[in-house]
Each structure stands twice: as C-alpha cells, then as structure tokens.
Write a protein that binds this ligand. Sequence first.
Ligand code: ADP
Length: 293
Amino acid sequence: MDTAIEMERAGINLKPSGRMPDDSVLQAPVEAGKTVGNITVDDPIFSCRDVDVYYGEKHAIKKVGIDIGKNSVLAMIGPSGCGKSTFLRCLNRMNDTIPNARVVGSIKLDGNDIHDKKQDVVQLRARVGMVFQKPNPFPKSIYENVAYGPRIHGLAGDRVELDEIVHSSLQRAGLWEEVKDRLQHPGTSLSGGQQQRLCIARTIAVNPEVILMDEPCSALDPIATARIEDLMEELRQSYAIVIVTHSMQQAARVSQRTAYFHLGDLIEVGETDRIFTNPRHRLTEDYITGRFG
Ligand code: ADP
C-alpha cells in the first residue's frame, strides 16, 4: 500500500497535510529559545539572538534567535497577537518609539549591534526601511515623497541627481509608467496599490539593505496584491525582505524561508516549501492546516 488513495480506502487516517501520522512531529511547545529548524543562514544580513521584548510587564517576545539572509524573503506567520510585528519592529528599532517597550538581547546588522551607543537610529532606519500595513504617503507630491529621504540623507549632489534617484526608485517600484506625467500630483491622489508602491519607492530611494513589510497587502485588492508580490520577487534580487503576513498563501508564494511564531515563541523556522509540506512541530502543523489561529 503505497499511495495516499490506497491508504485512505483502507481507512488509514491521513493528517490534513496529507502526511501519515508519525511520531516525528514534536508535540510539546518548545522551550523559549529552542526553536525547531535551522535558525542560521550563511552570510546573514541580520543575526538576532536571545531577543526578548516586554511591554511593561507583558513578555511579548521570548528568547527569539534567527538569522536573516541576503537576497531572500523571510515570511513571519502565526496567529494574531503572537509577536510578529513586535519582532519586525525590533529590526529597525521602531519599538524605541513605544514608551513602555523594552528590547533585550543581541540584534546584529552586518555584524554590528543595532543597540550600540554609536548607532545612529536615523541611519539605521535608512538601512532597514519599513513598509506599513496601510499605505502612508506624506501629504506631498509624488516626486517629493520619493525625494524627501535622499534629500535629508544628502544622497544627491544636485537636482539632476535627485531627479535620477526619484526616477530609478519609482521604476524599481514598478510605478514610473503610471506616474511619470503627474509627478507633482499629491501622493494621496493615487490608488491604494499605487500608494503602497510609492511607499516602497520611498523606502528604496535611500539605498536600504533590508525592507521590512508589515502586512503590506492587507488593505489592497487582489490585483494590487499580486503586483506587490511580483515586485517582492524582483526586489529580493537586491535586498533582504522580511514580511509579516496573515496569509499563508502569500507566505508560500513570496518567501524562501518561513518563521512560525506562537505566543511570543519562535516555534519553527525553515525553508518555506518544507514548513508548508512537512512541518516538524505540532503547533506549526495545527496552524498551517487551519486547526488553529
Ligand atoms: P502580531 O503582530 O503577531 O499580531 P503583536 O506583535 O502586534 O502581534 O503583539 C504581540 C503582543 O504584544 C500582543 O499580546 C499585543 O497585545 C502586545 N502588544 C503589542 N503592541 C503593544 C503595545 N504598544 N503595548 C502593549 N502591548 C502591546
């Protein structure tokens, strides 16, 4: 008996993932910091170890350790409230802006601790850009939305260079053709999907190494979502991307590696194909098969 159909006919209960029940799936929640799967990658852009985050008394992230690879997309999935956004915000110190948040542990960007006293937070956020759930263009023209960052970071010597940065950023964000004749129109005059691509252009304009995306498509329709997903595949040729998504289909489509969070623990990390076909922890399996969350 070697096919799933034969086994089902014989009354052998297949798991929802189509796999045979076996003892190799770990049943118990992992101890904090004991993630299942390989948390390391070769030549990481980020290396995070023993990261804890507290909001006052609340322990929102527990001893999380994970590397983030260059030129690839890491998807962070898990039920609402499990700490995905909190962990994402650690990577460019956005939690610094939340009064009662406290981040402990080691987060190294290209080998240097981002909490080091010498780390300039404005510079860090240029190297590690962020795209939010709701597109949030500045109340300025399309041109100014993209030009603003390069200007404050002194990346353009003159207007010609600035024009070139604006052009290439809009082009890489897949928006140039749609806006080239109305660069002086307000950013807010664009559709939701265009606004999100404008925010991506704004992020790219300051030459980041990493792009963090916190549910970037959840306010978009399926066509606009597909455009952003296609764009992510292009962008990863140049950047590391970390995306928080509630959509497992999206994680499966856009990422090469997936991290599953549960109640502040990083339960499992692995190649996306492996996580979705052969999860090694019961909690991951329950989530991806829709029995939980
Ligand atoms: P997720 O992104 O997985 O939905 P979050 O990172 O938003 O989860 O939240 C993780 C936990 O931290 C939740 O219990 C949430 O209520 C709590 N939390 C998030 N932000 C704050 C905050 N600013 N103050 C207090 N608690 C917070």
